[in-house]
Ligand binder design. Structure first.
Ligand SMILES: [Zn+2]
Length: 387
């Protein structure tokens, strides 16, 4: 008989907690859960990920003794043959196993204290492919409040202050670089700054923590913008632009994510023209060569790319449901945009075409800018920051 009991199922609303033992009689012949693997890795935003793989769905609890994160799994025996795989650059310096009656305590020794994990930092993944059940815990160093030993996650604990997700808003161009210019003289740098400021106040009001790469009419190199996303430990990076097309009939929004190869010729040309902003700087192209994302493992790069893709698709949906006209062709495309070269997931949004007379007028209007901002706020709220 397989005990398919997840601890989390018993963590009801309102902080009501039952223990498995209270509900089930001790089942002596229950198949034991087996430890398969333990590993750590670095996640975007300088987070540490601890993954514990088990043969059956784990019934677990978490506790936080000083400088430790302890995962207590029921119905499991220590297995010395399972050695932890520890990535460098994480908060975990060692992982050991200790048997405690019928429970196995997996003890991660931490380099810095952490706060009690929130539900959004805990994932339990079903088996797939070569993997069994995986308990995935994401955390970063935090001003930990004093947390008593051996308290189950989700129990009646004072709630740690909810961590705010960090959104870095990048208004494209600025200063000596006007971006593209509409037929009636509207400058891209002014439109995107205006939208960026509105976006900032709406996201602040919605409970996010925001930073702007520029908040006035200054010139900023693309690599510097990506660097700010890193320094602010962004969870999401949103670069705002407006487009121009040789054909004045072309209009509509489009959204881009980073890839080494452009998805189509138009995306390639656009990346070249947006990247050319750096040519205006005296230092030329040198900083381009420093690709932060290239320093990540291919798995991590893949994770950032997937998160960016997920955000971009959600953003395109939000634009469409807010009745903002899309450019013909796919709404989400890919190209090697320099500004997106960081470990922070994100997208570059072309809000519309300044080269189209009717859209130039729209982009200048406060009402339309509010509509664009509402769509972006919606896309940020809908984005799943935790997977
Ligand atoms: Zn631009």
């Amino acid at each position: 008989m397989k005990m398919k009991i997840s601890r989390r199922r018993f963590l009801g609303v309102g902080g009501l907690t039952f223990s498995v033992a209270m509900i089930l009689p001790h089942v002596a012949f229950a198949a034991r859960n087996a430890l398969r693997s333990m590993r750590t890795g670095v996640q975007p935003g300088n987070k540490t990920r601890l993954v514990i793989e088990t043969s059956a769905r784990p019934s677990y609890s978490l506790s936080y003794p000083e400088n430790q994160l302890v995962v207590d799994i029921a119905n499991m025996s220590a297995d010395a043959s399972v050695k932890p795989t520890l990535a460098s650059g994480t908060l975990v310096s060692a992982i050991t196993q200790t048997q405690s009656g019928d429970h196995l305590k997996i003890i991660a020794t931490l380099r810095k204290p952490i706060s009690q994990l929130q539900k959004s930092q805990i994932m339990l993944l079903e088996p797939n492919g070569d993997n069994d059940y995986r308990l995935v815990l994401d955390f970063s160093a935090g001003a930990a409040q004093k947390i008593a030993d051996s308290v189950a996650a989700g129990a009646n604990m004072p709630k740690a202050a909810a961590t705010k997700h960090v959104i870095v808003i990048d208004a494209g161009h600025g200063g000596k670089d006007p971006g593209c210019i509409g037929k009636n003289g509207t400058r891209e740098k002014d439109i995107v700054l205006s939208v960026a400021k509105k976006l900032r106040s709406k996201l602040d009001a919605a409970g996010f923590k925001t930073f702007m790469t520029r908040s006035d009419d200054t010139y900023l190199k693309l690599a510097r913008r990506a660097e700010i996303a890193e320094q602010k430990k962004g969870d999401l990076f949103i670069s705002l632009h407006a487009n121009a097309n040789p054909s004045r009939a072309v209009k509509g929004f489009s959204i881009y994510t980073l890839s080494e190869k452009a998805s189509d010729e138009e995306a390639k040309k656009l990346a070249e023209s947006e990247n050319a902003a750096d040519k205006i700087g005296v230092d030329g192209f040198t900083e381009f060569e420093r690709d932060i994302r290239a320093a990540l493992s291919s798995l991590q790069q893949h994770a950032v790319a997937e998160m960016s893709e997920e955000y971009a698709n959600g953003c395109a949906r939000a634009f469409r449901s807010n009745k903002i006209e899309a450019q013909a062709g796919p709404s989400v495309r890919h190209a090697p945009f320099a500004v997106l070269r960081s470990t922070v997931p994100g997208a570059l949004i072309e809000l519309g075409h300044l080269s189209n007379a009717s859209e130039e007028k729209l982009l200048k209007s406060g009402a339309h800018q509010d509509k664009l901002v509402a769509a972006i706020v919606r896309s940020v709220k809908n984005y799943n920051f935790d997977v």
